[in-house]
Write a protein that binds this ligand. Structure first.
Ligand SMILES: [Zn+2]
Length: 214
């Protein structure tokens, strides 16, 4: 099996964005639709902008794997998974196409409206599995489709620690403790840094806290 049924007490609250990370569309499509592959998703968007609806959102697709966000584990149970065709870091990571952004925009606004999901609950695979995943990566720009998933919170003290930023952003306590540098790299990907490393520079601290706090 590569999907299951949603449990009645688990409500869809998140969208998780991925890249396929495979050499071409055909291999990604066949893997995501193969019953014995152990992976699936709800939507796949090709580089030409075609949207393939592989599973209905009321089915639990297996796209996130081992994952945590805030106090939740196994994000598949709470999310709709969207895969964007891209060879990924392993086979030749490329920028996403304009047609992909156009289709993604239509799809995301449709999902937000129909499932009452907040923009800040649009997550990247690298957010929820920072120790294992890089997708959709530093070449993905969510602001190209007019979405801002960072809602700033007010705080008095401008000198915020990186740990507090990591917590406020949504990384689980477990991941911050065990995979702190991976969490930092994940944030740098979300911020579209060209150099992805674990360094905690003053610029990084400033960029990160500016996203979260007013
Ligand atoms: Zn992924």
């Amino acid at each position: 099996m590569n999907y299951s049924f949603r449990k009645k007490n688990k409500i869809v609250k998140y969208i998780v964005i991925h890249y396929t990370g495979m050499k071409n569309l055909e291999s990604a499509y066949s893997k995501l639709t193969n019953n014995s592959s152990n992976v699936s998703c709800h939507y796949l968007i090709s580089r030409k902008g075609t949207i393939f609806n592989l599973l209905p959102p009321n089915i639990n697709a297996w796209h996130a794997g081992k994952s945590q966000w805030k106090n939740k584990k196994s994000l598949n149970e709470y999310s709709i998974g969207i895969e964007l065709e891209n060879k990924g870091h392993q086979y030749g990571y490329d920028f996403f196409t304009i047609r992909q952004y156009c289709s993604l925009k239509k799809l995301i606004y449709f999902i937000l409206k129909n499932y009452y999901i907040n923009e800040e609950n649009i997550l990247f695979h690298s957010d929820i599995s920072p120790n294992r995943k890089k997708d959709p990566g530093e070449k993905f720009y969510l602001n190209k489709i007019g979405i801002n998933r960072f809602k700033k919170k007010y705080q008095n003290n401008k000198n915020t620690s990186i740990d507090r930023c990591l917590r406020t952003y949504g990384f689980s306590i477990d991941y911050i403790k065990n995979y702190r540098s991976d969490c930092i790299k994940s944030v740098k990907r979300s911020l579209n840094y060209t150099k992805i490393d674990k360094s905690e520079s003053i610029k990084f601290k400033k960029d990160f806290s500016n996203l979260l706090f007013d």
